[in-house]
Structures are given as C-alpha cells and as structure tokens.
Design a protein around this ligand. Structure first.
Ligand code: HPA
Length: 245
C-alpha cells in the first residue's frame, strides 16, 4: 500500500474512495491530518495532507516526524510526495512536472531526525541518493502511462519559508546546482530514509523562482493558483496510474 503526501493544491484526493479516516497519535505528536485510507483505482492507498486538511500548517511548522512515523505504523510500502515548487532553470516553466533525484537542505530549526541520542547509540543513515530509485522509476512510468511527461532528475533546494526567496538567494541556489525550490522536501525525505521507507517526489512547477523570467519583478500568487489547479488534475491522473503499476 502506497502513501501519498499531498502538498499545496492537493489537500484531498478526489479520485480516492475513502474507507476510513484515522487520527493517529505518535511519540512525536499528531500528524498534520487524519490518515485517509481507501482505494485509488481499486488499489489500496493512504493519503495525508501535509499542510492539514484546511491547509493551515506552514512548511516550517509541519510535524514531519509525526507524519512519517504514522505512515510507517500504517505499514505503507513507500511514500510519494507531491510538492509544488518554483523553477530555477530557464526550461522549468510553470506547468512542468519534475521527478527530482537530489536535494540540498537550506532549512533550519526543524526537528529533522528520529535519532536524538538519549540512551540509544548514535545512528547515521546513508543519504547519498535521497530518493528511492525504483520508486522514482515507477513514478516516471506512471507519468508516461498517464500520457503526460516530466523532467527526469533535478536538484531540489529546500528553503525555510514560509516567505518566498530573494532573487539573490535563488542565484545562490543555482550556483549550488539547484534546479527547483520548494519548502517541504526536507526533513521529510531524510525521516523516511531513517525509517527505511522508500520515498520519491513529484514536483509541480507552479512559478518561475524569484528574479527569474516572468518572476523577474515579483511572484504573482494569482498566477500560481491557476497553474496549481490545472496541474493537480494531471497529478491525480498520474497517481491513479501509479497505484495500478
Ligand atoms: N519557492 C519556494 N517554494 C515554492 C515556490 C518558490 O518559488 N513555488 C512553490 N513553492
């Protein structure tokens, strides 16, 4: 059973037949929302709204540990994250889908590990390749099956938010080798790895990053909303195909 974590624009999966909702308590507190268990195209799946059902939890306040812990306890086989992002590279225009293969973490002050010492020995994880390659490939196959296309690979800069970046910050991210920028990629991916859950993400480019192209003089939230609405229809189709393969 796959888990889907929906971000901005995807607080519920309209193509999921929900069988039950479960409010889960974890040692780290409550997840962002009740877990929705059900079926997508007949296949079992669980959905979690990262920012809460009413989209009220900002990226830096998401309880990432509770979210990942709850999904582990639900015995999911892997997690697919849906994330809206800004495009840094010129070819990553609004409306582009991208399946990143690398991350740089610029966040701070987030609870980013389950391994907090105490009585237990120090533990490290290998994070050379932060996304699970078989799940990435499955996601890419689902995108093709849905008749859509996506950019295969890219470096996801995770910024702190909730404000958008300055143009100079985006220049810095680009110098660092980043292709897209979002606010929720970390610590989510690392926490999933700590619990040995395969994790992959589908990025939906909803705007050019600050200072780039049509965002040269600012980012317009009305434009983002339009792209979000259009793109999430495509993402729902992709998720249907994903659950079937
Ligand atoms: N920056 C950070 N996060 C985002 C952006 C952006 O430009 N667009 C959507 N999420």
């Amino acid at each position: 059973m796959l888990a889907i974590i929906g971000g901005s624009g995807l607080t519920q999966l309209s193509n999921m037949e929900i069988e039950r909702r479960e409010v889960v308590r974890t040692p780290y507190g409550e997840p962002s929302a009740a877990l929705a268990f059900g079926r997508v195209c007949g296949e079992r799946a669980v959905f979690l709204a990262r920012h809460g059902f009413g989209h009220t939890i900002p990226p830096h306040l998401v309880n990432y540990r509770a979210n990942i812990w709850a999904l582990k306890e639900a015995r999911v086989s892997g997690i697919v994250s849906v994330a809206s992002v800004g495009g840094i590279r010129a070819d990553l225009a609004p409306g582009t889908l991208i399946v990143p293969n690398q991350i740089i973490d610029y966040t701070w002050g987030r609870k980013s590990t389950f391994f907090e010492g105490g009585d237990t020995p120090v533990r490290h994880i290998d994070f050379t390749h932060p996304y699970d390659e078989p799940l990435r490939q499955r996601l890419l196959a689902a995108i093709r099956r849905a008749g859509d296309s996506a950019v295969d690979g890219g470096v996801y800069a995770t910024s702190q938010g909730p404000r958008l970046e300055t143009a100079a910050e985006i220049d810095r991210f680009e110098r660092d080798g980043c292709d897209i920028v979002g606010m929720t990629g970390m610590p989510e991916a690392a926490l999933a790895r700590e619990l040995e859950l395969p994790y992959a993400a589908i990025g939906v480019v909803v705007n050019f990053a600050a200072g780039r192209s049509s965002s040269e003089n600012g980012i317009h939230f009305d434009d983002i909303e339009v792209v979000l609405q259009e793109s999430m229809v495509r993402v729902r189709n992709v998720l249907e195909c994903l659950c079937q393969i």
